[in-house]
Design a protein around this ligand. Structure first.
Ligand SMILES: Nc1nc2c(ncn2[C@@H]2O[C@H](COP(=O)(O)OP(=O)(O)OP(=O)(O)O)[C@@H](O)[C@H]2O)c(=O)[nH]1
Length: 600
């Protein structure tokens, strides 16, 4: 199609501001969907996405729109994931667009991810149309929202379009604005092929499916293509667009967006951000902005039942086919047996993988405390990267430790600033900026060690702000910090899976709270159990689970048999979620108790 009649755009928003609802409404208006098909929100296809109300994978839909000027346009809506863990994917989806709709909830106003996403769009050179959504709500305040868009995002808001994605009010105006305000793509269809991969996944029936934006040249069925980051060569077997149903095509040319299936076996070969070119007539250089995304958060995954270990490996392999940003390698623990050390983009990513393993593969899992990767310079001058406490070098061999640091932007109401400042100081944060973005809203910019964020930061931020704070972060560098390895001993034996890396100055406090928490979580046994926290050979905290005196069944003395049965069943149920370590049964929660340490 003639590029002057193509518009490629994304919808960006803070979580829950109505991106999916608006996308559905646009599809409906352009006749891409009948209202019968609208029952479920189609863009959030996976069950898990729907249940959690978040969009995990980016998708793209082609719509055909007959505008009021009588012309017919091809509108490609590129859906972007909304969460910080996936910000690289967001930035690549944006790089395949010329414009973006910035959706802001009129009752909430601008939030941290509104800003983060708006800045990503601006830095990718996109034209932005502000959309003020949810105007049907009684608490909607259009003027205030406009003011926030101008003041904090720095975009003119006079032309912002007030809509209700729920009732459909004013939504058609958005389509007109897309056609008239957003620039059309400018590629050259006769140049050598240059296309950007902005998503890929594994489909059980079709193999690896890649979403790409053709920047220059043409992509054709049967074409032999090369991926520029790894020089791998594949043949395009089929291609097309989602409408949102897949429709096969023979060609996509400069400016267009679509999917293709090639002879690709492994989704890890198709890296988001990579450039596709033609083998016989290659382009001279790759598109800018390619990054190999690295895991930021690491945790061990083990099955409660050690016989299920190979099932876990199969499940991880299958999940990895679909998600190249997640990786794993075998590890073993004296306490937990054989398991896997896994790397994730962030905490939400970890939770998603863990939940899918439990739900789709029916596995009962133990996750060890999530941590980060440290760069350690040893006294002999060599350097190692350590993300697993069990590989922590002997302190006498450590010269210097560097920990990853993020820049966090927290947007909140004035009245919660006090509580949040205390929290970020507690978490070793260093203030970079403190700024009023409106009369009552404050934007705090802090540098914080990532290690402190993966523990319990989100939950505590939510509780000190009663939910009125939003957070966005990106990796900013590293600090040299005196980190130490803290071991937990149960009944005198160190439990390797409970070890964690903490800052030296908070080790005592952490240790104290942790052994106390563990004491509450570990059920009483027939004997006394000591719980100790230690740094090296030095015990820094201790608590004791006292022994049970009576047999539980004795309580049912004289009772009828069904009560006794019930009690035994209940005990069995309890046992299932326990892991026996040495002589002691430790419940699953105890392994995550380290996460709760910061809570009052
Ligand atoms: N009253 C009202 N509710 C809306 C409107 N638009 C969306 N909602 C509701 O707001 C909630 C969030 O909407 P979604 O469309 O799922 O939000 P989202 O931004 O896609 O969320 P993520 O995919 O999680 O980023 C849902 O309960 C919607 O029904 C609107 O115009 N008015």
């Amino acid at each position: 199609m003639d590029p002057s009649h193509i518009r490629n755009f994304a919808i960006i928003a803070h979580i829950d501001h109505g991106k999916s609802t608006l996308s559905d409404r646009l599809l409906e208006l352009t006749g891409s969907l009948t209202s019968r098909e609208m029952q479920a929100q189609v863009l959030d296809a996976m069950d898990l996405e729907r249940e959690r109300g978040i969009t995990i994978k980016a998708h793209t839909v082609r719509m055909v729109y007959k505008a009021k000027d009588g012309e017919t346009y091809q509108l490609n809506l590129i859906d972007t994931p909304g969460h910080v863990d996936f910000s690289y994917e967001v930035s690549r989806s944006l790089a395949s667009c010329e414009g973006a709709l910035l959706v802001v909830d009129a009752s909430q106003g601008v939030e941290a991810q509104t800003l983060a996403n708006a800045y990503l769009a601006i830095s990718n050179g996109l034209e932005i149309i502000p959309i003020i959504n949810k105007i049907d709500l009684p608490s909607a305040d259009i003027d205030r929202t406009k003011e926030m868009i101008e003041k904090s995002v720095g975009l003119p808001a006079d032309d912002a379009i007030p809509v209700s994605a729920k009732t459909g009010q004013n939504v058609e105006e958005i389509l007109e604005a897309v056609v008239h305000l957003l620039p059309h793509p400018k590629g050259d269809a006769d140049a050598p092929l240059q296309a950007l991969i902005f998503d890929s996944w594994f489909d059980a029936y079709r193999g690896v499916i890649v979403l790409a934006r053709v920047i220059n040249g043409r992509m054709r069925k049967g074409q032999r293509i090369k991926l520029m980051s790894n020089n791998r060569i594949f043949d395009i077997e089929s291609m097309g667009v989602m409408t949102p149903k897949p429709v096969e095509l023979n060609e996509l040319s400069a400016g267009e967006v679509g999917f293709f299936v090639a002879t690709i076996k492994n989704v890890a070969d198709t890296k988001v951000g990579d450039t596709i070119t033609d083998v016989d007539r290659p382009c001279s250089e790759a598109l800018p902005g390619f990054e190999d995304i690295k895991s930021m958060v690491f945790a061990g995954l083990y099955t409660v039942d050690s016989h299920e270990h190979s099932l876990l490996r199969d499940a991880l392999e299958k999940l990895r086919l679909n998600d190249s940003s997640f990786n794993f390698e075998p590890e073993s623990s004296v306490a937990l047996g054989f398991g896997f050390r896994c790397g994730f983009l962030g905490l939400l990513h970890l939770e998603i993988i863990q939940e899918r393993l439990e739900r789709e593969y029916n596995l009962d899992l133990i996750t060890t405390a999530p941590g980060v990767r440290y760069k350690i310079t040893l006294t002999d001058g060599s350097m190692v990267e350590v993300d697993n406490p069990s590989r922590w070098p002997d302190p006498s061999e450590i010269e210097q430790i560097e920990e990853p640091v993020i820049t966090a932007k927290i947007l909140t109401n004035e009245e919660y600033v006090g509580g949040i400042l205390k929290l970020v100081e507690d978490k070793r944060g260093r203030q970079q900026n403190f700024e009023y973005v409106s009369e009552t809203r404050v934007m705090l910019t802090y540098e914080l060690p990532l290690n402190e964020i993966v523990l319990d930061f989100y939950d505590r931020l939510k509780s000190v702000s009663r939910g009125y704070a939003s957070l966005d972060y990106h990796l900013a560098g590293a600090w040299v910090s005196p980190m130490v390895k803290m071991d937990i001993l149960i009944g005198g034996d160190p439990v390797d899976a409970l070890s964690l890396i903490v800052h030296r100055d908070s080790a005592y406090e952490r240790g104290k709270v942790l052994v106390e928490k563990m004491r509450e979580l570990i059920p009483r046994q027939m004997f006394e159990v000591a719980i100790q926290a230690a740094i090296g050979s030095k015990i820094i905290a201790r608590s004791t689970v006292t022994a049970i005196r009576k047999n539980v069944i004795a309580k049912c003395y004289g009772g009828d048999i069904s009560r006794k049965r019930k009690l035994l069943d209940k005990q069995k149920e309890g046992k299932k979620r326990m892991k026996r370590i040495g002589k002691v049964d430790i419940p699953q929660e105890a392994f995550l108790a380290v996460l709760k340490v910061g809570e009052e």
